[in-house]
Write a protein that binds this ligand. Structure first.
Ligand SMILES: O=C(O)C(=O)Cc1ccccc1
Length: 308
């Protein structure tokens, strides 16, 4: 039986996303109170894989996840999961909206409900900590000092809370992307609709340095689906680039781009190639298919050795 960890406790959006992963229903599920705890649980072998949030269509990247994958001991992404998140304001039964003074939730939930909270609870103090489900658990305890939680319906109901307002996100179409992470190992097979995640460090800061990295993808017809700069934590103004590119390390154009990046970067962190959750097929430009690279290699081999 597999052992899956997740950013918990029970009832988080991450937990709900994990339940959509094939095999999760038969696996032993272990909640971790923090993203770092979950990733360390994978590293130590406490669990075989773990699901953590990585980005949201409204709020952007989850720095705790990105930075841990970049600066922590190596891990590999094997799958991504998309979940449309809906937020509800939950209180202890009997609490009215006018009684709500202190709200607790996850930072991304607070950010996604910022306008609603400002309009409907202008007097309330919003605290962000832990997860949305941990916030619901805290609110269920009358001694916690919190009157309301912004969380999922599942989390609120799990803790016997009462919903005061549903669908309170400022953008109701928000989607969160989660990643399933394992210890590094053999990359899964290419499916034809894959993504490769990388973190790139520039060799030196000079004009065109970022262009030099991006050119490695562009010249091989590799489309990017995400690029995010994160501080390298060495000095102000120094950044690395977290990139998701369309394709698999077994695709010739991706392999060539990776070799190019290896030549021109200070460091390339390969975080894995995995199937795209949206199954989006890449647009393969003329001359960049596996067969085109194989034909070019054969041609070169014959130039070098006509009898080959
Ligand atoms: O706190 C949770 O429930 C999580 O899983 C993290 C999160 C928070 C807000 C939106 C999506 C994921």
């Amino acid at each position: 039986m597999s052992r899956f960890g997740y950013f918990g406790p029970e009832g988080t959006f991450t937990h709900q996303a994990l339940l959509t992963v094939p095999g999760a229903d038969l696996a032993e599920l272990t909640p971790y109170a923090t993203v770092a705890g979950c990733l360390d649980g994978i590293r130590s072998g406490e669990v075989d894989a773990g699901l953590v949030p990585i980005e949201n269509s409204v709020e952007g990247g989850v720095s705790a996840t990105l930075d841990n994958l970049t600066y922590g001991e190596p891990l590999m992404i094997t799958r991504e999961v998309l979940l449309e998140v809906q937020f509800t304001l939950f209180v202890r039964p009997g609490t009215a909206l006018t009684d709500v003074r202190r709200v607790l939730t996850h930072p991304h939930a607070a950010a996604q409900c910022r306008d609603w909270l400002a309009a409907h609870l202008p007097q309330a103090d919003i605290t962000t900590d832990g997860s949305t489900a941990a916030a619901a658990a805290a609110v269920a305890d009358p001694d916690s000092g919190y009157d309301a939680a912004v969380c999922s319906r599942i989390a609120g109901e799990l803790h016997g809370l009462e919903a005061l307002a549903d669908g309170i996100a400022d953008n109701t179409a928000a989607v969160t992307r989660f990643i399933l992470v394992t210890r590094p190992g053999r990359v899964g097979p290419a499916t034809g609709a894959d993504k490769t995640s990388l973190v790139l460090f520039m060799r030196a800061d000079h004009s065109g340095a970022l262009l030099e990295l991006l050119e490695q993808f562009a010249s091989r017809g590799v489309n990017l689906c995400r690029i995010e700069s994160r501080p390298t934590k060495t000095q102000l103004g120094s950044y690395c680039f977290a990139i998701d590119a369309e394709g698999h390390v077994d695709d010739a154009r991706m392999a060539e781009a990776l070799m190019g990046l290896h030549r021109v970067s200070a460091r390339v962190i390969f975080l894995g190639s995995f199937p795209r959750a949206d199954s989006g097929q890449p647009d393969i430009l003329a001359g960049t298919a596996n067969a085109d690279y194989a034909a070019a290699q054969q041609w070169l081999d014959r130039l070098r050795n006509p009898s080959s």
